[in-house]
Design a protein around this ligand. Structure first.
Ligand SMILES: [Zn+2]
Length: 275
């Protein structure tokens, strides 16, 4: 059922507050929009905190970006939102924020494109890391376009995160799922290991997506890469493990450095006895 304009406004204010309260944005960052109908889009204003918006702050624009409401000016990313609606007729809401763990991965150049958690595979599928583009310009959203057809969640290099959905809450929930996954990935990296799901399990989850009404095309690029047996390529984690080995931190206690030390200690003890 189509939501009323009143309800769409309430949803954007509610999601704006949650986005701010959860620390997904600082200051006046981030932007949220929703399709009103085939002529108009509602979008958050520029220069207003997402945690403290009023209904009259929200801006109505047409699909060319022309402002149709009185008062505030639209977000500087309005053209990215409009382009997404043009490219994805199935999508009715767009959320952009800078959640700490997701953005941390995007800044570190570490993709979340790996099949680890069942819920994430079902809800988001693959999460591409999109190359950097200057905010507020066409360059910001041009790199997103090549992933747009098959994905609903994106990491934006050196910037933040973007999610899209069938309504405002659906797009926002994908942001929460993305950030939760990024946080879990961060913790797993600190613990020193990320086990990916075997390919048959990933395939079963991908097939289950249709039962949840998710387009089955949004797959993980790593799994889909030619010759890719499973989603096991996670260079970020292995680089971190190498670093930990250098720092003499051994989660498994069986690294070469530990073994060398052990051999030396045993040799010294034996030599002492013999001596
Ligand atoms: Zn941003």
């Amino acid at each position: 059922m189509q939501k009323s304009l009143y309800q769409i406004k309430r949803d954007i204010l509610d999601v704006g507050r949650r986005t701010y309260d959860r620390g997904y944005v600082a200051s006046n960052d981030g932007n949220i929009s929703a399709r009103i109908d085939d002529k108009k889009v509602l979008i958050t204003p520029t220069g207003v905190s997402k945690g403290f918006m009023k209904a009259e702050d929200l801006v109505v624009v047409d699909y060319d970006g022309k402002v149709l409401s009185q008062g505030k000016r639209p977000s500087s990313e309005v053209f990215m939102h409009l382009r997404i609606y043009k490219e994805r007729p199935d999508i009715n809401s767009v959320c952009h924020a800078h959640p700490i763990y997701a953005t941390g991965h995007a800044v570190a150049g570490m993709s979340l494109e790996k099949c680890v958690l069942p819920e994430v595979i079902i809800v988001l599928g693959g999460i591409p890391l999109v190359e950097y583009g200057e905010p507020g310009t066409d360059k910001f959203f041009e790199p997103i376009l090549k992933f747009l057809k098959d994905h609903d969640a994106f990491l934006l290099a050196n910037h933040g995160a973007l999610t899209i959905g069938t309504d405002v809450l659906n797009a926002y929930h994908k942001m929460e799922t993305l950030e939760h996954f990024a946080h879990i990935s961060y913790v797993a990296q600190q613990l020193g290991n990320i086990n990916v799901l075997p390919k048959p399990d990933v395939q079963a989850l991908m097939e289950a997506r249709s039962r949840y009404g998710v387009p089955s095309t949004a797959t993980c690029q790593t799994c889909d890469s030619p010759g890719g047996e499973s989603c096991e390529i996670y260079q970020g984690a292995s680089a971190l493990n190498d670093q930990k080995a250098n720092l003499n931190i051994h989660p498994n206690g069986n690294s070469d450095v530990d073994r060398e030390k052990l051999v030396r200690m045993v040799t010294e003890a034996v030599m002492k006895k013999l001596g």
